[in-house]
Design a protein around this ligand. Structure first.
Ligand SMILES: O=C(O)CCC(=O)C(=O)O
Ligand SMILES: [Fe+2]
Length: 352
């Protein structure tokens, strides 16, 4: 997450909206092998599939990452302000390629109205040299060393979370990491999102439809609110507005969430929770909302077979990660994949 400096420049997050209760784990503690931090990560990933990771106090990775996030938020506003006809030359082409710009309004929200965000996906493969570079506007190219460094720091955090979860589940520490080596082709991306300001009453609605992430681990940096999590307590209906809890962004903290691949591999021991981007809350709705994320995905050829437990893993276990992702993306596009939170410990209310 960005430093406190960026939080000073925006309207305040309101105090009167329901907030999702979340564990906050210190990166420094996690990297030093602290047992309590490791247990919190496991509990968070079973109960909610989301937690806050405090980068402050970690001089090696966390401090640099906070600085890089500040710089990338600045870059993000410039990148998204490129002329529309320039961005249109670098559009994504799903399912062939998830890389490039997604224009505003291309997908739908729950109400069947057009979405209210645009994104740019920059592939890990091009940044790492696993594949030829992705075509990108010259302005974005000028920021590639910064994106690459941010990604490298994110990879080391993702590696620490993967090792922690595997160890806590009694598996060899490299169980999850070995299925997502950063030097092999994958769908892993760095994502920049602009969700548009909502000045008119008709704008006060969903920006990005509710979903679970397909991949393994997502690291997310937000300054403005807008992210909402579906209450994990019961099987809540996304159509019920009371079932949604806001995520309050905290200076110096990343939001971490698990994706469906971790649920598939663990036969549902870990959880991926439904979330969406709503309009920013309170006075924050008057400004454009930027977010920056790393969405880690398995290596393209990784098996989606379950790694723990001995129940059936169905036909999805026979797919490679890439086949599985394309299947999910197409089902979501057709609207026939009813989105639901997956896996995790049944629980009443989250006690933190
Ligand atoms: O911008 C955010 O807060 C969330 C974005 C998100 O859920 C996604 O890109 O999958
Ligand atoms: Fe997401």
């Amino acid at each position: 997450m960005a430093s406190a400096k960026l939080f000073g420049d925006i309207p305040p997050f309101p105090d009167d909206v329901p907030i999702a209760p979340m564990y906050t784990v210190s990166l420094a503690s996690l990297r030093s092998g602290d047992d309590a931090a490791a247990k919190s990560v496991l509990c968070a990933c079973q109960e909610l599939g989301f937690f806050l990771l405090d980068l402050q106090g970690d001089d090696e990775v966390g401090k640099t990452m906070i600085e890089e996030i500040d710089q990338l938020f600045d870059a993000g506003t410039k990148i998204m302000s490129l002329p529309e006809d320039e961005k249109e030359q670098y559009l994504h082409d799903i399912p062939k390629s998830f890389l490039g710009f997604k224009p505003r309004g291309q997908a739908k929200t729950e109400t069947n109205e057009p979405d209210r965000f645009e994104w740019l996906n920059i592939g890990q493969d091009g940044l790492m040299g696993n594949t030829p570079p992705q075509p990108l506007p010259p302005l974005v190219q000028s920021y590639l060393p910064l994106f690459a460094s941010f990604l490298k720091h994110g990879q080391s955090i993702i590696a620490a979370i993967n090792a922690t979860l595997a160890t806590q589940l009694g598996l060899p520490p490299d169980t999850f990491a070995s299925l997502q080596p950063v030097t092999k082709p994958s769908g892993t991306v760095v994502r920049l999102i602009r969700a548009f300001a909502s000045p008119r009453p008709g704008d006060v609605r969903t920006n990005m439809i509710h979903h679970t992430d397909f991949g393994t681990i997502t690291l997310l940096a937000n300054v403005l609110g807008g992210l909402q999590i579906l209450d994990p307590g019961q099987d809540r209906d996304p159509a019920d507005e009371q079932a949604w809890l806001w995520v309050r962004p905290r200076p110096g903290c990343l939001i971490v969430n698990l994706g469906d691949a971790m649920v598939q591999w663990t036969g549902g021991l870990l959880r991926s929770n439904v979330h969406r981007i709503r309009h920013a809350p309170g006075p924050q709705r008057l400004v454009d909302r930027y977010s920056l994320a790393i969405l880690a995905r398995p290596e393209r050829d990784a098996s989606m077979r379950r790694l723990v437990g001995d129940g059936e893993d169905g036909e999805d276990g026979d797919l490679t990660a890439w086949e599985w992702e394309v299947k999910k993306a197409m089902a979501l596009k057709r609207g026939d994949d009813a989105v639901a939170s997956k896996g995790g410990k049944p629980q009443g209310s989250l006690k933190i």
